[in-house]
Design a binder for this molecule. Sequence first.
Ligand code: HEM
Length: 538
Amino acid sequence: GTPQTRTPTGAPTGARADANGQQGKYLTTSQGARLRDTDHSLKAGPRGPILLQDHHLREKITHFDHERIPERVVHARGAGAHGVFEGYGTADGVTRAGFLKKGKQTDVFVRFSTVLGSRGSADTVRDTRGFATKFYTDEGTFDLVGNNMPVFFIQDGIKFPDIIHAGKPHPDREIPQAQSAHDTFWDFVSLHTEAQHHTIWNMSDRGIPRSFRTMEGFGVHTFRLVNEAGDTVLAKFHWKPKLGVHSLDWEEAQLLSGMDPDFHRRDLYDAIEAGAYPVWELGIQVLPDTPDETFEGIDLLDPTKIVPEELAPVQPIGKMTLNRTPTNFFAEVEQVAFHLGNLPPGIDVTNDPLLQTRLFSYVDTQLTRLAGPNFSQIPINRPHAAVNDMLRDGFHQQAIHAGVAPYRPNSLDGGNPSVAGDADQAFLDVPVTVAEASKVRASPVSFEDHYSQVRLFWLSMSPVEREHIIRAYTFELGKCYEQAIKERQLLSLANIDPVLCAQVAAGLGLPAPEPTVPLADVTPSPALSQIGEVWPGD
Ligand code: HEM
């Protein structure tokens, strides 16, 4: 059953009045003038019209009228929690990032989300889940903005508006609200077959997690790490939940969508308030930084590909514990703003064309969503490192900057030397050679294989997981109106596996087509089927 109470004692453990928000014991206007009556407007006699001069009434109504801000264009539905990250020191050889040093503790805020549903949609729908972590490190904020699946639908960010337009509700009827059961979604993924890998993860039990606490997280892209000596490696980030990976059964997910659409956020907050703090271990797959940026034939710049853990084991580098619920959902969960460009010294980006687009998109959308360029001054977004920038003015400026010369070098505000900071401590862009090349709108040839890792995933599943995948494809495709779209998706399934294709085709009452590409020769990976596994020794 779903627990409906909060804590045995009533009060949520994380709740405390924000000193800035509620001071003193009397109700006041926003200017601090004490109020005598907030229930009656000022009128010309008890039955008369309301007077325009009633400033309290106008202030109260006006503020209410402007309470809503736009929901996120994607990942609108989410829940967040505070916690602490502790480094193991095991990454010292590959990165100079201070928050990973042994025993170092860093505050974190995590926001989990679905991708496609609106802010009020149900938690247990079949979808990818966001897993975004803000590390408030001494060296500046690090945002690891990941998902609960290790691959993404597209290889180039220029298609992001397209996949999202295809995945969001149809523009005419705004149906369905939050599921992959519709024509435009299947139209897109069957025409842009690079999306087939992410799609099979969605159709698997990973698409309906049991709890945020039982989800893995993945940075998806390959990052570049730099150590003290300036040596680099390529790396992929993984979060492993201490409770293991668990999913709902499809029928459970359906029932919960109706009986408790808040199931995941309730589960997260109830667990934390009961002291059952969720824990994840952060790990990295370390890969050599070679000029071709591939590993065992896998293009590390292709975000539709994984590196199997058998080839590059995930090495634990730290541990995160979520131990405090938000005090105010809007101030913290809604206003938090993540960005992949928020990097500490020792972690850098790569040329993954999806990652590169993301570097632009997040701040751009936040300029609208959070109304102007000063959202890093909102409490939840404030770094826990000293800030001394030359950004000035703008809407919602909270800082009172002293001095007259926001430029370097200057001779008025002690702004010499001209160097911005101590080079030893500062972020250093890794000097990566860019190949001599002409401008092209094209992808590398290595991005053309769209099926071998999908087949690897399918072959790695247990019999019951395969059964669930077949049922998911059949159900979701069954909702399409256009037969041609179902047929085209069956072609992709034929290229993944004949059994998968035949079973889904039978469920849809359609013939199973022949594959159009040779079936990939791959060895199943036990690490891909991890449902139910908990940390060794726990
Ligand atoms: C949220 C764009 C790919 C994970 C967002 C938002 C935008 C966006 C505009 C809303 C941000 C906000 O309002 O604060 C893009 C683009 C992508 C892309 C353009 C591809 C080019 C990805 C990938 C991942 C991901 C590959 C996972 C690795 C997330 C998460 C959030 C998010 C977790 C929610 C952050 C939060 O909780 O506030 N994305 N995204 N996105 N995206 Fe992406």
